[in-house]
Ligand binder design. Structure first.
Ligand code: COA
Length: 149
């Protein structure tokens, strides 16, 4: 588990958009990954990026876990769990008490203490990027929140 480097971005983009093509997560443009590169963790096997995930700060008391993706042949080896834990650790280090996510895989996030909430309970600030989402306004993702206490 490492922080992402700029040369990882094309592979991260490919990984995220592979799963987005299967409607398992939302697509991300290259530009957005470059702009937010400091949010991302990756897992590498040699030069190959086999997993990525990001923690994005939304506000003084809130951050979002985004774009958690593990290559199919590397799934079920606790790599996704390590990514989520790394994001939660970073939120703790920053002093951010609440982490949320929007996902089609709520049961995965529930393993880490997240619980489902009504999307409307999340502050409006969170929705800023939703306007550019291809699914807006018919969002079918599930919102979950984890309180770090
Ligand atoms: C969902 C995903 C990130 C899980 O990664 P992974 O490395 O395979 O998961 P892990 O091996 O770390 O699993 C950790 C735990 O979650 C469980 N789990 C894994 N995927 C799950 C899922 N889709 N739903 C429910 N539980 C899941 C595992 O069984 C394991 O449970 P355990 O602790 O009881 O043994 C991965 O399957 C993936 O990248 N999927 C495609 C993209 C996607 O759906 N991303 C979701 C976030 S937007």
């Amino acid at each position: 588990m490492e922080k992402a480097r700029i040369k990882d971005v094309p592979q991260m983009h490919q990984l995220i958009n592979y799963f987005a093509g299967k409607e398992l997560m939302l697509p991300r443009p290259l530009s957005e990954i470059y702009e937010n590169i400091r949010d991302y963790f990756v897992v590498r096997q040699g030069e190959r990026v086999i997993a990525c995930g990001a923690l994005h700060v939304s506000w003084s008391d809130l951050a979002e876990i985004k774009s958690v993706a593990v290559a199919e042949q590397s799934q079920q080896q606790r790599i996704g769990a390590q990514l989520v834990e790394a994001c939660l650790d970073e939120a703790r280090e920053l002093g951010i008490p609440t982490v949320f996510c929007l996902t089609y895989q709520p049961a995965f996030f529930e393993k880490f203490g997240f619980s489902q909430v009504d999307k409307m309970e999340l502050p409006r600030k969170v929705w800023s990027e939703c306007y550019s989402c291809p699914k807006f306004p018919d969002c079918d993702e599930v919102a979950l929140v984890c309180n770090l206490g």
